[in-house]
Every structure is written in C-alpha cells, then in structure tokens.
Design a protein around this ligand. Structure first.
Ligand SMILES: [Zn+2]
Length: 168
C-alpha cells in the first residue's frame, strides 16, 4: 500500500455557535462555481457527517454564502443559491441545530416544500421535500437569511411553561 495515496482531501471545519454574529447575517449569492466552492462543499459535507447533523449551511462555518448541504439519511444533496418556490401543509418537529448545541425546541414548518437551486456545476435543479426533509430545507435556508430555529419556536396557546418544549 502506498501511504501517499492516503492523503485526506477535506477538512473538518469549526462550527460557529449562536453567539457568533455571522450567524445573524444575510448571505451573498454564489457567483463563482469554482474549485474553491467545491472544496467548501466537500468540507461542509464531512463536517456535517462528523457532527452527526442532517444539514449544514455555509454561515455556520463562517462563510457568508448561499450554500447548504443536506442529508436526512436517505440522500445527500447540495443546494447553492436556493429558493423555496412552493410550500404547503404544516408539521411540528423537535428541532435542533449544530450551532445551538444541546438546545431543542418544537417548530412548525411546512409539511411539503419545493425548492430550486444550483448544484456545484452551476446546473439548476429542483428538490422536493416532505416531512423531515422539508423541515431540514427550511431550517438550512433560514440560516442563509441569518435566522436561527430558536426564533421559529412554536407559540403554544397552552399556558404550559417553556420547559415542556425544551430539552437540555
Ligand atoms: Zn442550523
């Protein structure tokens, strides 16, 4: 075996936590679909898997570009300059975020979404999300607007204290 073939060609990136102001910024559109972007995507993918996340947005690793990676366990995909073009229905999910370690809360999200975005080769494609996948798409696209899931927590009419909906 040639040890020189074992070079790791990606890096695990540091995931910023919620106090970092970058997470509150609106991200810029990607203009260059170059090697630098591909490297960012590869690193984000490995960082997501390493942290057992189901999605990761570029601002979470300090890059203020409209780039997300998602894998809810069935299929990995990358979305660049994404837009939700249709959404319907409603679902409740217990959500968390790699940038808010240990914090979980119930959100209400669309049950179905249709989004369009570009792949790493600058080709437009459409993605359809249902249930958890819909939730993940909405969560990651929110990051591109500087929105964290904590500001989406469901407001219950029930007077029960918040602790019912928060797990630490
Ligand atoms: Zn998140």
């Amino acid at each position: 075996m040639n040890l020189f073939n074992m070079v790791v060609n990606y890096m695990i990136l540091k995931v910023l936590t919620e106090k970092n102001k970058k997470l509150a910024k609106v991200c810029a559109e990607v203009k260059c679909f170059d090697n630098k972007l591909h490297k960012l995507l590869d690193n984000m993918k490995e960082t997501m898997y390493k942290n057992k996340g189901i999605g990761l947005a570029a601002p979470q690793v300090g890059i203020l570009l409209r780039v997300v990676v998602i894998d809810i366990g069935k299929d990995y995909f990358e979305l660049i300059n994404p837009k939700i073009i249709e959404s319907s229905g409603e679902q409740q999910n217990t959500e968390g975020c790699l940038s808010c370690p240990g914090v979980f809360g119930i959100t209400i999200r669309p049950k179905f979404v249709r989004a369009v975005g570009y792949n790493r080769n600058n080709e437009l494609f459409e993605v359809f999300g249902e249930n958890l996948k819909s939730c993940a798409i909405c969560h990651e696209l929110d990051h591109l607007e500087g929105i964290l899931f904590k500001s989406r927590l469901a407001k219950f009419k029930d007077p029960a204290p918040n602790k019912l909906f928060w797990k630490k």
